[in-house]
Structure formats: C-alpha cells, structure tokens
Write a protein that binds this ligand. Structure first.
Ligand SMILES: [Zn+2]
Length: 258
C-alpha cells in the first residue's frame, strides 16, 4: 500500500475488537495510518464484546466505539443488557450496529424490539445510529420514521439497496456507507450508488475483517484497504481521490462528532 501522508480517512465501520486482530492490532493500525486511515469506528455486535471495544479504544489513538446489539443477537436485548448499554453509550460516538436483517434466524418481533429500544436510547442521548439492514428496507424506514430517528440521523452501513431506497434514508438524515463491494468487478449496484448519490451523503468503510476489497479478496479485510474503496469511488465518479477523501471524512466528522 502506498504511503498517503495527505489523506485523512475515517473507516466508519471496522470490527477491530474481533479475535482475528488481537495481538496484530498495533500492526494493523500502523498499516492503516500508512494508507491514510487515521480514525476507526468500531461498532458493537454482541454485548459480550463491549468490554473489549472499550479497552482497545482506551489503549489506541483514533479508535471510537459505538456500542449496540446487532440484529443477529436481538434476542439478547433484555432489560439488564439494555441498562448496561445505557450506562456505556454516553462514552460512544454512536449506537450501533442496530437494525433489521431477516436473513438471520431471529424472530422479527425480537429484532424490532431491540431496534426500537436502541433507537429510543440514541434519541434520549442525542447519539447518531449505525444501521445494519438487509432485505428489510421498507420496514426499517417505517420504524425510523415512527421513532423520529431523523432527529439523530446516522450511517447506513454497507448499504445493498437501490439508489431510490438510498435516497429515502438520506431524506431521514442518514449517510450511505460505501464498502469494499464497490471494488468487486461485476458488482454493479454498489458502483451505481457510488456514482449517483450526492458525495455529501457518502461515507467509507471496510467492515473489516469481512467484505475484503479487490484485489485482496480471499484474505481477511483490514482498515488499510479503505484506500481501495476510496480509489474505486474516485474512479467511478471521475474525481481525484483526495477530493473524495476530504468530503467523505467531513461527512463522517459531522455525523459522529469526532
Ligand atoms: Zn459490521
């Protein structure tokens, strides 16, 4: 990876608390900085991960946790866990990742309950939310509307819907996050989003260790590869990477107050 001293990128979604990073984390962060990635948003997935997320944020510069319960663990969103979240969340940059995903074998009622409770907490604390949504975009929009989520807004992570659907989320105050899928040859939908959505509504993410961009597919993903996502978005839009970097970083800073 080229040294990009002038870039100041934010990886708005990377799971640096996961086991695969552990002892490699200092090297992974150094490689990212060499690639111009200086800030890292680490979203919560399982309540059991929150302690480690807080710990890595304390011991490394530039790591910002966003505590939350992923829809795949929505059945864990009981009173005690939600109270624990309410205690931790004021030290976070967002609540996340939360949302709906019927591709997981968790009852949709449980997912909706966890989603709404975490949205209400975000609103009470004035924190933005990081959304995870697959194949339930209309229902997600409906709940965001009912819960007045436009008052806090946030980021729709690794968005896989249409341009029209993306514009609905943008209207509700959400940025659309472009991930490594935009670099995959033949992935037309992410390229269309990167081309047609307003740059003021885009942010970048790796979702490391998943969704590794081309040409590193087959290896675990890491934040240094955000440069590949940036390169693809710039190429697709016919812009200089620096220009895309500046605006997408500004967008992330505005949403997350980091
Ligand atoms: Zn994620």
């Amino acid at each position: 990876m080229q040294c990009e001293d002038d870039l100041d990128l934010i990886d708005t979604h990377c799971h640096l608390d996961q086991d695969i990073f552990s002892v490699r984390l200092p090297r992974v962060l150094e490689a990212a900085r060499q690639a111009g990635v200086r800030r890292f948003v680490v979203p919560g997935v399982h309540p059991g991960d929150w302690g480690r997320m807080a710990a890595i944020a304390r011991s490394h510069d530039g790591i910002f946790p966003a505590f939350g319960i992923h829809p795949m663990h929505a059945d864990l969103a009981d009173g005690a866990t939600l109270s624990q979240l309410a205690v931790l969340a004021p030290g976070a940059v967002a609540i996340g990742e939360i949302g709906l995903d019927p591709t997981y074998p968790i009852r949709l009622e449980a997912q909706e309950y966890a989603f709404r409770e975490q949205l209400r907490l975000a609103l009470a604390l004035g924190l933005p939310v990081l959304l995870h949504c697959r194949r339930a975009f209309q229902r997600t929009l409906h709940i965001l509307g009912e819960e007045n989520a436009d008052r806090v807004g946030g980021i729709m992570h690794a968005f896989s819907g249409s341009v029209e659907m993306a514009l609905e989320f943008i209207r509700l105050g959400f940025a659309i996050s472009i991930s490594g899928t935009v670099t995959w040859p033949n992935a037309l939908r992410p390229a269309k989003l990167a081309l047609e959505l307003p740059l003021e509504s885009l942010v970048l993410e790796t979702d490391a260790p998943d969704m590794t961009p081309h040409p590193f597919r087959g290896q675990p993903n890491q934040p240094a590869y955000l440069a590949c996502v940036l390169g693809s978005v710039a190429l697709i839009r016919g812009m200089h990477p620096q220009e895309v970097a500046r605006q997408t970083t500004r967008n992330a800073v505005t949403i997350l107050s980091i």
